[in-house]
Ligand binder design. Structure first.
Ligand SMILES: *Cc1c(COP(=O)(O)O)cnc(C)c1O
Length: 354
């Protein structure tokens, strides 16, 4: 039986996508060869890459606006360094909203001055800092739109003339945003787009080429763009599955359609957390993530029972990250609302038993 998959990442993908992907591993669209045994320069794979790149821009409404989408390797963690390498000449600003922001800050410090423009570290990152001033002399401001570990999400983004760089690894394609506000967006595939192994980078071309340092080819966005994201052998399987997931999302009605479903799922679990005295939410109410709901059990004596009930119902992957503890239910695009319903039923049943 398929479990209810609340894993934070790698995470659930649409069933149709996995079926199609498994077929393509044996025989890609009836060509008599597997997706993973053909040249990445074959016309079949070039078409897949181009489709993936154009779907990414289309879903974000960024076609014809000076942006390029490329699929790189090294995870979002590689982008912590690569963004700074390509964009940081003198000084960059970072909003510190958790572990992933901190890792990005650490890497950027290798290349220039980094100012922490705002931070919620003192409160163990249970909220998103607001009303901070963005210095005007930054090469860019780096944000993390969704903090996977803490379950906080930026609902608003700073109004500034400074270029915005955003790590959207765990909420890419989950809600409507004016993506043209950002100059560079990156997202590891394995949270909301595909299997691990590739990272989507969407970059406005005119912010590139401004740093004076020499950039090794593999780390140079410009090189990857010029080579149509085929500078070297790309991770063909991860890109293919990401392409299928984006096509699935487009067929569903795109980001507006999935946003509505994601809001319904989040409302379902958050209203249970609010009304049920056995549970307490971790993240500040106004910053709660549509993707990752973090919560604790208020009565330690009920934990084993809750774990047992979840196990019996096939609820999988809700253990919280070690830096927060408690529970985390990740509700990425492909998670059906029925799965959230199963979890919420267990939560309300636990209240009756408590
Ligand atoms: C998971 C995650 C990362 C790290 O991604 P890798 O692909 O493992 O490097 C970075 N940022 C955010 C917001 C994440 O959720």
């Amino acid at each position: 039986m398929k479990k209810h998959n609340f894993s934070a990442g790698p995470s659930i993908l649409p069933k149709e996508v996995m079926l199609k992907a498994s077929e393509a591993v044996m025989d890609l669209d009836g060509i008599g060869l597997s997706l993973i045994e053909i040249s990445h320069r074959s016309k079949e794979f070039v078409a897949i890459m181009e489709k993936a790149r154009s779907l990414a821009l289309e879903l974000m409404g960024l076609e014809g606006k000076g942006y390029q989408a490329i699929f790189l390797q090294g995870g979002a963690s590689m982008q912590f360094m690569m963004t700074a390498f390509n964009l940081l000449e003198k000084k960059a600003g970072y909003v510190n909203t958790g572990t992933w922001s901190q890792k990005a800050i650490k890497e950027a410090r290798l290349f220039g001055e980094v100012v922490e423009v705002a931070s919620s570290q003192e409160d163990n990152f249970d909220h998103i800092p607001k009303r901070y001033k963005v210095p005007g002399d930054l090469d860019y401001l780096h944000l993390t739109s969704n903090n996977t570990i803490y379950g906080t999400q930026m609902k608003e983004f700073p109004e500034t003339d400074v270029p915005l760089v955003c790590d959207m690894s765990s909420d890419i394609f989950s809600r409507q945003l004016d993506f043209s506000k950002f100059d560079l967006i990156y997202a590891g595939a394995q949270k909301n787009m595909g299997p691990a192994g590739t990272t989507l980078v969407v970059v406005k071309e005119d912010i590139l080429g401004k740093v004076s340092r020499k950039i090794p080819s593999m780390l140079d966005y410009g090189v990857h763009i010029k080579q149509d994201s085929m500078f070297n052998t790309p991770p063909v399987f991860a890109i293919y599955v990401s392409m299928l997931t984006m096509q699935w999302l487009k067929d569903l009605g795109g980001i507006p359609a999935i946003e509505e479903i994601n809001e319904r799922k989040a409302n379902l679990i958050y209203s249970e957390i609010e009304l049920n005295p056995v549970f307490a939410g971790f993240a500040a109410k106004e910053d709660r993530s549509l993707m990752n709901a973090t919560f604790n059990i208020t009565d330690d004596g009920l934990k084993d029972m809750f774990d047992e009930m979840c196990k019996e119902a096939g609820v999988s992957g809700i253990k919280g990250h070690r830096s927060v503890g408690g529970y985390r239910a990740s509700m990425y695009n492909a998670l059906p609302i029925e799965s959230v319903g199963v979890l919420v039923d267990i939560m309300s049943e636990l209240e009756k038993k408590g």
